[in-house]
Design a protein around this ligand. Structure first.
Ligand code: GTP
Ligand code: MG
Length: 363
């Protein structure tokens, strides 16, 4: 299953523009605050030059990139966590995503609805408060639930209650859960609650076409805020990128020249999301297909094999591994082997970025 990223922000900050830029779709955008909007969902290919490199040296029938799912929800207003407007329902759509893009409006435009002057830092604070309040509510409910068990002396109940209470205290002190140093067993207790502030965040400064490089004050405010939260930030012009995504190559080149856009932001944006998710890529290559697979950093050979087929994890015997760099240097698998660069790895092998693998499994 593809990992997913939710796009959140206040109304009319450009979330759907960024969704369209990412996916090349044409989901509806509007300049007024809409009353109710269904979420937009799509899976996007993760652009990866290494797949093309591999395919040049190992010809194949099919090339299959890794994918990330993107979810664009309607704008959140202050008060969403308390169920004002349709906020609560919107938040439900991003509960099960693996990461969030927090979009802040950095463009000035009189014809796009906005009650107060453009203030990206203020917007992000409002947004994060809503996410925090939603988590406090979730934790309060769960503290009550496990509290009964804890009072009856149930060990697990006591442990869970303690972790939930610590989490709630952090939020009440204004600290997002993702910024705390949780131990793996504590994370395992928190994860099933789908807490919003536990998800990694990419801050997106949606800049106007007069600041495509994101050097003006609004975009800089987002960068400063993100740095203080030890989180990545990216500036893109959702409006232009949205148009670029639906153009042919010739039109795109002319359009980019007009606006001084050196590159299309889409690959950069997808890769930022990919990095945010803590993901790593490995490849399988052969005459049938060359394919990029997604794993978490630190995953072992059997876990990687299990992505291909769930039985492969248990049946894993060994993997023959080389890197994309080896392939570029030696050109063929046979040459890699004769150069002594084809590694044979066992069950404990921790996968490295850019590994190309053949798995040997017992079925
Ligand atoms: N100048 C400029 N306008 C933008 C930019 N991004 C979005 N807009 C405009 O802002 C309006 C709202 O954009 P959307 O992408 O629909 O915003 P949204 O956040 O999805 O809005 P809701 O879903 O209604 O909350 C549209 O009229 C866009 O053309 C941008 O980067 N620059
Ligand atoms: Mg929208």
């Amino acid at each position: 299953m593809a990992l997913s990223c939710g796009i959140v922000g206040l109304p009319t900050v450009g979330k759907t523009s960024i969704f369209n830029a990412l996916t090349g779709l044409k989901a509806e955008r509007h300049s007024y605050v809409a009353a109710s909007v269904e979420p937009n969902l799509s899976e996007v290919d993760v652009p990866d030059e290494r797949l093309a490199l591999i395919t040049r040296l190992i010809p194949t029938q099919k090339v299959i990139p890794a994918r990330v799912k993107v979810v664009d929800i309607a704008g959140l207003a202050s008060g969403s966590a308390r169920g004002e407007g349709l906020g609560n329902k919107f938040l439900g759509h991003i509960k099960e995503t693996d990461a969030l893009m927090l979009v802040a409006r950095c463009f000035e435009r009189a014809d796009v609805a906005r009650a107060t002057p453009v203030d990206p830092k203020g917007d992000i604070e409002v947004l994060e408060l809503e996410l925090t309040l939603t988590d406090v509510e979730t934790l309060t409910r769960n503290i009550e639930r496990v509290g009964k068990k804890a009072r009856a002396g149930d060990k697990e109940g006591v442990l869970h209650k303690d972790v939930f209470e610590r989490a709630k205290k952090l939020l009440e002190d204004g600290i997002s859960l993702r910024l705390a140093d949780w131990k793996p067993p504590e994370l395992a207790i928190l994860r099933p609650l789908f807490l919003l502030t536990l998800k990694p965040v990419l801050y997106v400064a949606n800049v106007g076409d007069d600041d495509v490089s994101g050097t003006a004050k609004h975009a800089q405010a987002v960068h400063v805020y993100a740095a203080a939260k030890k989180s990545p930030a990216i500036a893109i012009c959702g409006d232009l990128e949205c148009e670029l995504a639906s153009m042919n190559d010739a039109d795109r080149a002319a359009f980019q020249a007009d606006f001084g856009l050196k590159e299309v932001a889409r690959p950069r944006l997808i890769q930022a999301v990919y990095a945010l998710l803590g993901l790593q890529t490995f490849f399988t290559a052969g005459e049938k297909e060359n394919k990029a697979w997604t794993i978490q950093r630190g995953d072992t050979g059997p876990i990687a094999a299990g992505k291909i087929h769930s039985d492969f994890e248990k049946g894993f015997v060994r993997a023959e591994v080389y890197s994309v760099d080896d392939l570029v240097q030696y050109k063929t698998e046979a040459a890699i082997k004769s150069a002594g660069k084809l590694r044979v790895e066992g069950r404990d092998y921790v996968m490295r970025e850019s590994d190309v693998c053949h798995f040997l499994v017992n079925r």
